[in-house]
Every structure is written in C-alpha cells, then in structure tokens.
Design a binder for this molecule. Structure first.
Ligand SMILES: [Zn+2]
Length: 486
C-alpha cells in the first residue's frame, strides 16, 4: 500500500515537472522586426479613390447581364485613370469577361513571381434593405473617418489597397527584384470560374510556378482568442472545403387516411436527425492547432499550462472548442441541414421529400469521405444521396515556417507592432483555392483591424473601412512587396 502511494506520488511529481518545464519553455514566438521603410500616402486622396470605386455596382452575377458589363467596364476605366503609374509600368491582360492580370516584371527573371489577389465583384444588397444602411450602399461616401459602401472590406479595399501600394512604390522609384503578379477576379462571389480559375489556368499553361500567393481571408481581430488581450492577425494557411449533399426519398403517394408507419417526410427527417446527432470527428490540427501554439505563450500561466501541454490536454481543449459554433467549425467538418422540401397538401401523402445538408470540410477530410459518412450514418436505403454541383475539396495546409510566411509575419509586425501573428484555418472559401497547383505557399490575409461586430458588415449592411485602417492596408501591401519581392 505504501509503495503504491509512493509510486503515485512520484508519478504526480514527474507529471508536474513535465508540465512546468513545457510551460516555461512555451515562450513567445512573435518576431520583432526593424520599423518599415517610409512611404508617402495621401490618406484623404486614397480614401476618395476607394470611395469612387465603390460607386460601380459590380455585383457578381452568373448570367452576365449588360448592366453589370457597364459597371465592370466602368470600374476598369476608373482604375486606369486613377492609377496611371501602375498602368504605365505593369502589363495589363484582361482575362475572361471582366477579370484582369497585371504583371510587374522583376529585375531578376530567375526568381519565382509572387501573386497578390483580390476580387472586383461584390455581393448584392438584399432588396428592400437599402434604406436601412447608414449611407446608401453604392454611393461611395467618405464620412466620419470611414469609407462607406458595399465592397469597402470585401474586397475592393484590398484591390485598391494593392494598387495604391504599387502606385506609391513606383512613385518612389522602387522596382521589385522578383516579378509581381496582381490577379483581380470578377466572379469570386459566384465561384471564380471565369476569373481566378481562368487566371490560374493561364499561368499554368505558361509554366509559371509561384513563390507565394496572398489573397483575402483572415483579418486582425480583437477579442477572438479567449485569454488573449492583444489583437491577433489571423493568416489563413488553409481553407475548408465545401459540399452540399442532397438527400431524397421517393415513396408511394396517396390519401393520408391510411398512411404507412413512415411517410417520405418521416424517413428523411430521421436521416437528418441522425446526421445532426453524429457529426464528423474532431481534429485539432493545421492552422487551428498552430493558432494555440502561436498565441498560447501570450496567455496567463494557467492557460499556458493548458496549451503548452496539448499532448495531455487536447481532449479538454477540443471539448471546450466544440461547445461553440464558431470554434467548433475550426476542429471538424461541420454539418448544416439547410433545406427541406416535401408535400403539397395536408391530406396527401408526400411522394417525394428532399433535403440539402451543407458540409464545410476540414483539411484532411474529403468530399468522398463526407459522402461515405452520410451513407453510413443515415443508414437507410430509401434515402438517395447525391451532391449539388458546386463543391470544393479542402485546401492543403501551407507551411507556417516558409520564407514567405516569415515575410508576411515580419510585415504585419512592422506595420502593426502591437498585433500578434498566427496561422489559422479559414472556414470560408476564397479564390486562392484555384492556385493550389501553382504554389505551396498560399496565404489568406487582409490587413485590416476589425472588431467582432464589424464581421457582420461583410456581406451584411453598413460595410465600411476606417480611413486610418485603409492607410495601414496600403502601408502593409507596400512593405510586404518590399519584403517579399526585393
Ligand atoms: Zn471576398
């Protein structure tokens, strides 16, 4: 008995020792770079130029109606007028209906080019809600320290910010050693088929291998990581895949006075209930795991013990993460039943029931794996399983220790010295997924500092960007190009 107690005590001491040593060794991984080189930015003029670009109603539409043609053509003309140096020094190639690829040739042709991306299209404003916006969504207004309008954040702030940066570097007489490509798609919001897909295909046919790709995605957020006071720059090193699974049940119709034990509605409902009860398994990996490894050291001692010892505490951490929808999405393929249709009349048996379940696929899982999971869990031959047309596999995970990631990290800390930098998993899809075959280093980050309540402005109402924040966007892109292309 005494020996057993001693043994347990010894074990506990050893465990405490291991936990302490690991926690003490869990020190900051944030870099401290030299300050950025100076850059001339006229904040008011830049804000006005962005506001002007928001006035073109470049709403993404798959049918390509003439009204939209005029808006996109107008925007391209506007960019040519307002960024004269860019349009004199860079080669401009139209791609597809309204997308464009710019090439800024580097002085050393042996280096692989870097690609910066953005998109010119915006999501529509929900009809009838225009009047509830603080400023009309397509008026492009600068007021109260903000540029207001649809596209200010997603994604004209990024496109114009990149163009401002290149224009400023050209004005300063700076030239890149590495070729810089700028790819601006016109259909990101509807899948990117004629924009990013076409541009990626063009580059691939030319045999281009890209050093790195920088697209929209993560932003700088305050208050998103529990236990961390400082804002965190979330750099997407991977993104989730997407598949919508259609479930259908076809049964005899007929009069509802003599029904079978289960109608098509009941059979399908049971399938949905089973899918909700048995979500796909969790994994704390890739960007989601790296997030805790990067920002964990900045937390309180108790939290550091937790994150320095994930080998032991992972189940605890994962249980905590799965308890909220926002963090649950970071550790598993999510299941969302989004559509259900059946029946025509209260006294008629439904001959058909149809449901759609949307899955956002964690890197490591696949469309095929999701389908296998659905069939196994639904476990009912009368439920037919198929997929809707639009789908994408999750991306590979880009390294968080590449030269390009380090350049990105250094740039963020130069322009935003108070901000912590971390990889993370993008839960939404971006156009960058179409460049997976062209580079191993694909990063998703838009250098703007947002508060939690600002997130609903993206695709929602009152979209806006702070003028001061927009100046930082410009500084960021310029410094990034200096760091990565020189
Ligand atoms: Zn976007």
């Amino acid at each position: 008995m005494k020996r057993l107690l001693l043994f347990i005590l010894g074990g506990l001491l050893l465990l405490t020792g291991v936990l302490c040593v690991r926690t003490l060794g869990f020190s900051t991984r944030q870099v401290t770079p030299e300050p950025p080189a100076a850059l001339q930015v006229d904040a008011d003029a830049a804000a006005e130029r962005l506001a002007g670009a928001l006035r073109f109603k470049t709403v993404a539409a798959s049918d390509g109606s003439p009204g939209e043609d005029a808006a996109f053509d107008g925007l391209h003309g506007y960019l040519a007028r307002h960024f004269p140096r860019v349009h004199a020094a860079l080669k401009r190639e139209p791609v597809g209906p309204h997308s464009v690829l710019y090439t800024w040739p580097g002085t050393d042709a042996s280096l692989r080019p870097v690609l910066l991306m953005g998109h010119l299209d915006v999501v529509p404003v929900v009809p009838g809600t225009e009047a509830s916006w603080a400023k009309p969504p397509f008026d492009g207004v600068v007021d109260g320290g903000f540029v207001w309008g649809r596209g200010a954040l997603d994604d004209k702030g990024s496109v114009l910010g990149i163009l401002e940066a290149v224009e400023a570097l050209l004005a300063a007489g700076e030239a890149p050693r590495r070729t810089v490509l700028l790819a601006f798609g016109a259909d990101e919001e509807v899948g990117g088929r004629e924009g990013a897909v076409a541009i990626a295909k063009l580059l691939s046919e030319r045999g281009v291998r890209l050093e790195s790709v920088l697209d929209e995605g993560g932003v700088i957020m305050s208050g998103t990581v529990p236990g961390v006071q400082a804002p965190v720059a979330l750099v997407g090193t991977s993104e989730k895949g997407f598949v919508s699974v259609e479930l259908t049940v076809e049964e005899e119709g007929g009069h509802s006075s003599m029904p079978p034990p289960r109608t098509a509605v009941g059979i399908l409902s049971q399938g949905i209930a089973r899918l909700e009860a048995r979500p796909m398994p969790t994994r704390l990996q890739g960007g989601s795991r790296e997030l805790f490894e990067r920002v964990g050291p900045e937390m309180s001692f108790g939290m550091r013990v937790l994150f320095a010892n994930l080998w032991l505490t992972e189940p605890l951490v994962v249980a905590q993460l799965t308890s909220k929808p926002t963090t649950n999405a970071a550790v598993r393929t999510t299941t969302a039943a989004t559509m259900f249709q059946a029946g025509v009349k209260d006294n008629v048996l439904p001959s058909r029931a149809r449901a759609v379940v949307n899955f956002r696929i964690l890197p490591g899982d696949s469309v095929e794996g999701v389908l296998a999971h659905v069939r196994e869990v639904v476990d009912e031959p009368r439920v037919k399983v198929s997929t809707l047309a639009f789908q994408s596999e999750p991306s590979p995970v880009s390294p968080a220790d590449s030269d390009d990631f380090r350049a990105l990290e250094r740039t963020i800390r130069q322009v935003f010295p108070q901000v912590l930098v971390s990889p993370y998993l993008n839960v939404a899809a971006t156009d960058s997924r179409h460049f997976v075959g062209l580079s191993d280093n694909i990063y998703r980050f838009f250098p703007v500092h947002l508060q939690r309540e600002d997130l609903s402005r993206v695709h929602g109402k009152d979209e806006r960007i702070a003028v001061a924040g927009y100046v930082d966007v410009i500084r960021f892109y310029a410094q990034y190009l200096r760091n990565v292309a020189r």
